[in-house]
Design a protein around this ligand. Structure first.
Ligand SMILES: [Zn+2]
Length: 122
């Protein structure tokens, strides 16, 4: 299990950002869907994000994919994903996370809650 002390600061910040983005997206866009506690064997979500989150099945799959890919990114320092020579996301997830970034990025900036350069993440 990956917890904060075992992963570097940069990675943990990115993981937290990914959780926040998918959380904002799903809790705004998928309120009618059946959402349950997001649980990932390889990552301790409350340790990364500070609390549990609830996601619908498709957002759960997307976030699991994104967290796994980010945790195993071999690039140091990691470039913005769009400038990376190795596109590690599969095309469907790539499109999915792009939508999430667009939607949640706008929302978080407008609400003043985005204090990091999230576009460096993806
Ligand atoms: Zn969702």
């Amino acid at each position: 299990m990956l917890t904060l002390p075992t992963i570097n600061k940069h990675t943990s910040r990115d993981l937290k950002t990914l959780v926040e983005f998918v959380n904002v997206f799903c809790s705004n866009r998928h309120t009618g869907n059946d959402r349950s506690r997001f649980d990932l064997k390889t990552h301790d979500i409350p340790a990364i994000f500070g609390k549990d989150i609830r996601l619908c099945p498709s957002c759960s799959r997307l976030l699991a994919h994104a967290l796994t890919k980010r945790s195993h990114c071999p690039m140091h320092p990691k470039p913005a994903c769009k400038h990376c020579p190795s596109h590690c996301y599969s095309p469907a997830y790539r499109e999915g996370i792009r939508k999430v970034m667009q939607y949640s990025g706008k929302k978080l900036v407008l609400s003043g809650r985005l204090d990091y350069l999230y576009h460096l993440l993806f």
